[in-house]
Design a protein around this ligand. Structure first.
Ligand code: FES
Ligand SMILES: [Fe+2]
Length: 363
């Protein structure tokens, strides 16, 4: 007996604003999400704000050196606390000047001592789960969420073997790529290489060895591995002096972030930032030691933007249009029991997570 075919997700998952709204409230608010890099918060009192799941949040470094994340809302009458980024000794609300410690505890407020029974020790900004993962700040709005090492088993230790110098890495360049498609169309496109041979000539011939490419789940991580092609013909020197300098690998952390390491132990990242059901902005991060100028990294960023990224934009935008066609019937995924580059087994896992994320909230 053959197993039943697995069909791709219904088009409405990618087009229906109600499903998107459900994801914002459910999935985005209960998974580990990238907030920023620790190098943005070098000094005590450094902070930056950001948006996630329809919320404004901010990360700030305390006097104890710890980075904390708070909802960006005053516990008096709900004014926003900070905007953008900066440095501060204490966090002062612009509305009535209630003042909070860097730990979020209320420190003072005009005339609050005149209020009988006012106990300022009971008032604190609402803190959000925060983890530092190899210098990257991740947050989870679910206070009961399992730790990142449980979600993504072995990813941290594997990355350490590819990036022994991770603690010295800082962002050198951000490339912002708006795509007119649902975030899941873009993530799926990233998560299979069935389309690579036809659409990514540079990547397929210049970086990876397609016959060795595979993508396998590790918890909620999708791990891409491959041997590399013609290392002697690489356009840059990959002799970093580190182990694994001759490998390409990537760790996609469900649902919206990926660490990718190119030969020569070069780190780059993807961060999908959904805008609405039909739009996502992909941020590509490129890193160098101390964030210092680095010709190789800049060159990689340009080559990537001009080839793989450009090629993918056309694909995902065409798919988004197609998903709105009355003529589209979701087709079977090409799941090869032997896996490999021409198989969509990785999409099978991804779509299972996508389906779960929405049905979990139907109950
Ligand atoms: S709302 Fe913040 S001090 Fe009043
Ligand atoms: Fe692609």
């Amino acid at each position: 007996m053959n197993a039943p075919l697995t069909r791709s997700l219904d088009a409405r998952y990618y087009t229906d604003p109600a499903i998107y709204a459900d994801e914002v409230q459910g999935l985005f608010a209960s998974t580990w999400q990238f907030a920023g890099h620790v190098s943005q918060l070098d000094d005590t009192g450094d902070y930056f704000s950001f948006d996630l799941a329809g919320e404004s949040l901010f990360c700030i470094r305390g006097r104890d050196g710890q980075i904390r994340t708070f909802y960006n809302v005053c516990q008096h009458r709900a004014h926003q606390m900070v905007q953008g980024s900066g440095n501060t000794r204490v966090v002062v609300c612009p509305y009535h000047a209630w003042t909070y410690e860097l730990t979020g505890h209320l420190r003072a407020g005009p005339n609050i001592n005149a209020v009988p029974g006012f106990d300022k020790s009971r008032i604190c900004l609402t803190e959000v789960r925060t983890e530092i993962f190899l210098g990257f700040i991740f947050v989870n709005l679910d206070p009961d969420a399992a730790a990142m090492d449980d979600w993504f088993p072995d990813a941290r230790t594997e990355l350490e073997t590819f990036l022994p110098h991770w603690a010295t890495l800082e962002p050198l360049e951000w490339v912002e790529i708006p795509e007119n498609c649902n975030w899941k169309v873009s993530v799926e496109n990233y998560s299979e290489c069935y389309h690579c041979a036809l659409n990514h000539p540079t990547f397929s011939t210049g970086v990876i060895k397609p016959e060795t490419y595979d993508i396998q789940p590790q918890g909620y991580c999708l791990r891409h591995t491959t041997e590399c092609n013609a290392l002697d013909r690489m356009s840059y020197d990959i002799n970093s002096g580190f182990e694994n300098n001759d490998r390409y690998s990537s760790w996609f952390l469900w649902p919206m972030f990926s660490f990718q390491v190119y030969p020569g132990n070069l780190l780059n990242t993807y961060h999908w930032r959904p805008v609405d059901a039909d739009n996502v902005v992909v941020w590509r991060g490129w890193y160098s030691v101390g964030g210092a100028e680095n010709e190789t990294v800049r060159g990689m960023a340009v080559q990537d933007r001009e080839t793989t990224v450009e090629e993918d934009i056309r694909l995902v935008e065409s798919v988004q249009k197609g998903l709105k066609s009355r003529g589209y019937v979701p087709g079977p995924l090409v799941v090869d029991p032997g896996c490999g580059v021409s198989s969509e087994h990785s999409i099978l896992h991804l779509q299972r997570w996508m389906r779960e994320a929405v049905t979990a909230r139907d109950n």
